[in-house]
Design a protein around this ligand. Structure first.
Ligand code: ATP
Ligand code: MG
Length: 665
């Protein structure tokens, strides 16, 4: 077995270690029952803010306090932030170093296990992870090869979704095509060939994509009885938060890992299932009692998060969905102001209103900026607001939108590190070689293809291939080989490697390539700061592809921001809470999105998304919408309020309607 890779989560203790758990004072009786329960299968199903995550966190702390070793716990949650937050809380409670826990998103856990067991599933040492964009690019190349002969093939994006869907729902590609894209049924054979080509190219480069991580984890548990037995004994307790958003394969992984002692605790709220487009299947939660007839089902019915006014609005909203578990949610918070519905003239007024109102909350009512969030359905819904906040110098972090790690200069520099870690990574070679004048696309491709067939460090591979290249490419390729050799020997951490790449070539390249080279170099300095927390380059690269691709978070700040307001998509906000929440763009056709209204199920998922947004709020909720929109050609549309607002209207609506005027001058 390979040595354990360094763990990503570094958390600091907020309380003195080993403080005894005071369950009486900090939990209600329903939660206590969950925390101290005997093992065996357990389902906690309860509404938003009822303390599910808190109960799970205390359960982990309780198990640790009762002698369960940290590395015997497997804890899966949905987003990176939720995982970090949970581990921070466990460490604060127990003083136990939570690095030892197997905890994080499914993909993180999969990667960590596969690094240990890679020989069983046939992965090369230093295997890399393709992020979604790279995977799509590679698939497009395979499609292009196949598509010449068969014109009826889907676009790369569509095909990627189909392949992913097949894996996440544990069905064959043919079934996924029949189910999701029947118009391509006739091309099924060609699609299968493309899928094979895709798999072969990944294998040749020593790369896996996100879905492979889950698939290989499952293979480890299904096809390798010795490894499966080891893992089942090892994980004495398996715990999963946000269970309503697990896909079929994730549900199976949880079941397989717990199949030994069956100490499985899953926690969720079916009303918050919002990831069906990624294969989330809330049958996992609904059928749990059938899969585990001896399961104990726990309900938590007190809401600790939100004021009664917000709970009333949330309850009325979700009552419009037919498919749901009826749940009781009793507020304990003191009453507050009614939620506000705020019609604005257009997106600019919407941005001004949000900026002004949040400053009032901050300056007049003492709400810290970190306790304020602006949530929206799509990244693009926040662009005007970003401009307005920048103009007013209000600090904010975007937890979505243009992802830091997906900018060209970041990916360029990371590509050097990728070839350094895995010289068979053809995509990274192409990316790096494009940065050198004199190296044409043909030469780049020759190196990328040739490298896949060679073993050894990147500089030697490159030197071996150099004689095959045209004369004009030799000098630049020689420079690159020298830089790579220097990066390899003596080996350095990822932060030093980034600095060396920038000093050795990239700064010069950026100066010629980008009008704002200074800002980009500053980003690269931040990237190096971020990289400094990782022990080696592979650990850093794995983190990058996982964090950037799955969570789309701006993680550069590392720790949760203290003096910033948060801008986030609703999908990224699950499990979190703020004192004040603004929801943008609640105009019908935008939220709910017109494209997501073809079936009742889709409309219900949009409503759950709205429900998730509303239930992030502790006290102040603002539901905003522009009444007029203009497209790029200047075409005006009149917008109506979202059906999620109008359906709540009546003689005693659970909100107050605000009227906004623009002050003269
Ligand atoms: P979501 O469905 O949004 O994930 P949740 O059910 O996981 O919500 P938590 O995040 O665990 O809810 O709890 C919501 C808030 O209520 C948190 O601030 C938590 O600390 C607080 N809380 C939960 N239980 C209690 C309790 N027994 N006493 C005091 N505060 C509590
Ligand atoms: Mg939670």
């Amino acid at each position: 077995m390979a040595p354990e890779p360094p763990v990503k989560y570094v958390v600091r203790s907020a309380r003195p270690p080993g403080r005894p758990l005071d369950l009486e004072a900090e939990l209600n009786p329903e939660q206590r029952a969950v925390v101290v329960a005997e093992g065996g299968p357990m389902l906690v199903i309860a509404g938003a803010g009822s303390g599910k995550t808190r109960a799970l966190t205390y359960r982990v702390a309780w198990l640790l306090a009762h002698g369960v070793r940290p590395d015997r716990l497997l804890l899966c949650t949905f987003t990176n932030r939720a995982a970090r937050e949970m581990l921070r809380r466990v460490e604060a409670l127990t003083g136990v170093e939570t690095r030892a826990l197997f905890a994080g998103t499914f993909h993180h856990v999969a990667h960590r296990l596969l690094r240990q067991y890679r020989d069983r599933v046939g992965l090369p040492a230093g295997f890399g992870i393709l992020d979604r964009e790279d995977a799509r690019e590679l698939l497009a190349a395979c499609l292009a090869e196949e598509g010449v002969r068969d014109q009826r093939l889907p676009q790369p994006k569509v095909l990627m979704a189909l392949l992913s869907r097949a894996i996440n729902s544990s069905m064959s590609v043919a079934d996924a095509v029949a189910h999701d894209a029947p118009r391509f049924v006739e091309a099924a054979a060609a699609i299968a060939r493309v899928a094979d080509c895709f798999a072969a190219r990944k294998a040749a480069m020593g790369m896996v994509d996100f879905d492979d991580l889950l698939l290989l984890w499952k293979a480890l548990l299904v096809d390798h009885p010795d490894a499966a037995a080891e893992l089942r004994t090892r994980f004495e307790h398996v715990l999963c938060d946000e269970y309503q958003d697990t896909s079929r394969i994730q549900g199976e992984l949880v079941d397989l890992c717990a199949a030994g002692h069956r100490n499985l605790m899953v926690v969720g709220d079916d009303a918050q299932s919002i990831y069906s487009f990624r294969g989330a299947d809330f049958r996992n939660i609904l059928e749990f009692p059938a899969r585990y007839p001896d399961a104990r089902v726990y309900k938590l019915e007190t809401s600790y998060r939100s004021t009664p006014e917000i709970i009333a609005l949330a309850n009325q909203c979700i009552a419009h969905n037919a498919a749901q578990h009826p749940k009781v949610l009793r507020p304990v918070c003191a009453p507050g102001d009614p939620p506000a519905v705020v019609p604005l003239a257009d997106v600019y007024q919407q941005a001004e209103f949000v900026a002004q109102r949040l400053l009032e909350l901050h300056q007049l009512e003492g709400v810290p900026l970190r306790e304020i969030a602006v949530l929206y359905r799509n990244h693009a819904h926040a662009l005007e607001l970003q401009v307005e906040l920048t103009r007013r110098k209000i600090p904010y972090v975007v937890r979505s939108g243009l992802r830091f790690f997906e900018q060209a200069h970041i990916k360029d520099v990371v590509a050097y590190l990728r070839v350094l870690a895995n010289a068979r990574d053809g995509l990274a070679w192409s990316r790096v070689l494009k940065l050198y004048g004199g190296v044409g696309a043909r030469s780049a491709r020759r190196v990328a293809d040739g490298a896949a067939r060679q073993d050894g460090p990147a500089d030697l591979v490159l030197a071996a291939l150099a004689p095959e290249l045209p004369g004009s490419a030799r000098a630049p390729v020689g420079r690159l080989a020298a830089l790579l050799a220097r990066l390899r020997e003596p080996p350095e951490g990822p932060a030093a490697a980034i600095a060396r790449v920038v000093a050795g070539h990239y700064a010069e390249y950026a100066a010629g390539a980008f009008p704002n080279a200074d800002a980009r170099l500053e980003d690269l300095r931040q990237l190096a700061d971020y990289a400094a927390r990782f022990a080696d380059v592979p650990a850093f690269l794995a983190d990058l592809s996982l964090v950037a691709g799955i969570a789309a978070e701006t993680v550069l700040q590392g720790e949760p921001p203290e003096e910033h307001l948060t801008l986030s998509t609703i999908h990224q906000a699950k499990g979190l809470e703020w004192t004040a929440v603004f929801v943008l763009w609640l105009a019908d056709g935008r939220f709910p999105n017109l494209q997501a209204l073809r079936t009742q199920e889709e409309e219900e998922e949009e409503r759950r998304l709205f429900y998730v947004a509303v239930t992030r709020t502790r006290r102040h909720l603002f539901l905003c919408y522009p009444q007029r929109a203009e497209d790029a050609r200047g075409l005006r549309t009149i917008l109506r309020p979202s059906r999620f607002i109008t359906e709540l209207d009546g003689p005693a609506p659970p909100f107050e309607r605000w009227a906004i005027e623009t002050a003269p001058g």
